[in-house]
Design a protein around this ligand. Sequence first.
Ligand code: KIV
Length: 275
Amino acid sequence: MSSHALLKRITAPDIRAKKGGEPIVSLTSYHAHTAAIADKYVDFLLVGDSLGMVMHGYETTLPVPLELMIMHGRAVTRGAKRALVVVDMPFGSYEESPAQAFRNAARMMKETECGAIKIEGGTRMAETVKFLSERGIPVMAHIGLTPQSINVFGGFKTQGRELAEWAAIEADAKAIADAGAFAVVLEAVAEPLAAKITKQVDIPTIGIGASLACDGQILVMEDMLGLSPRVPKFVKEFGKVGQAIEGAISLYAQDVRARRFPEPANTYEMKPEKP
Ligand code: KIV
C-alpha cells in the first residue's frame, strides 16, 4: 500500500465541523503539481472556474465548458491526496433545473473523484442545493459577487456597501444553509455584512475579499504567488513566482545560446525525487 493510501482525505462534513473554530485555509488549484505542494497546508482545494481566465486567457468565466472543469478536476485529485477537492460547476451546467444540476454534478464526481462541487447563487439555487445534497452530492455555495453573473452585476464590485443591499444577501446565505450546503463562499462582501452572515448561519463562511470576519479564507493561487499580472487590492502576494519564472527562463536562454546547457556528461536518468 502506498503512503498516500494511508492518508485520510478531508471530507465536506469535516469542513462543516470547523464552523467557528480555527480558520479554514483554502486555495484554488488547477493542476497536479501545485495541488501536491499545497496539499499539506490547506483544508480544501477549489478547482475554480477562474481557471478559464487564469489558465486559458478568457475575459470572464462564462465560456468555460464542463469538460475543461473535469480535466482540471482530475489533475487536482491526482495531485492532492489529503485536502478535500471541490470543483466548480461552470456557467450553464446547473442553473436550468435541479435535474440538470444533478446530471452534470454526478458526472463531475464520477469522473474527477472530487469530494464536493460548488455552485453560484443563493435563494434562487436553494432548491438545487437541497436536491443535490439529498442525493449524495455535497454542495459549497457561492454568494455576494458571483462572477458567472458578471453581465448582470456590470463589473467586479464590492457587495453590501449599502445597507439597502444587505437583506437580499442575508436571505441568500440563510436559504442555502437551510437547503443543506456544507459551506458558503462570500466573495467581495463588505466586512460588517460578512461578519453578520458569519454569525447568522451555522455553516462556515469562506471569504475572498470579504474580511477577517469569515470562518476561512480562499485566494486564487496564482494571485497569492505573485504570478498574476493584475490582482484585486485585498490580495496579499506571498511570493514572487512571476519574477522567479522570468529569472529562470532568461538564465536558461542565456545558457542555451552560450552552449553551456546541457552539460555533456549528464544523462537522461532521473534525479532523486524532491521531498
Ligand atoms: O473560480 C474561483 O476561483 C472561485 C473563487 C474565487 C472562490 O470561485
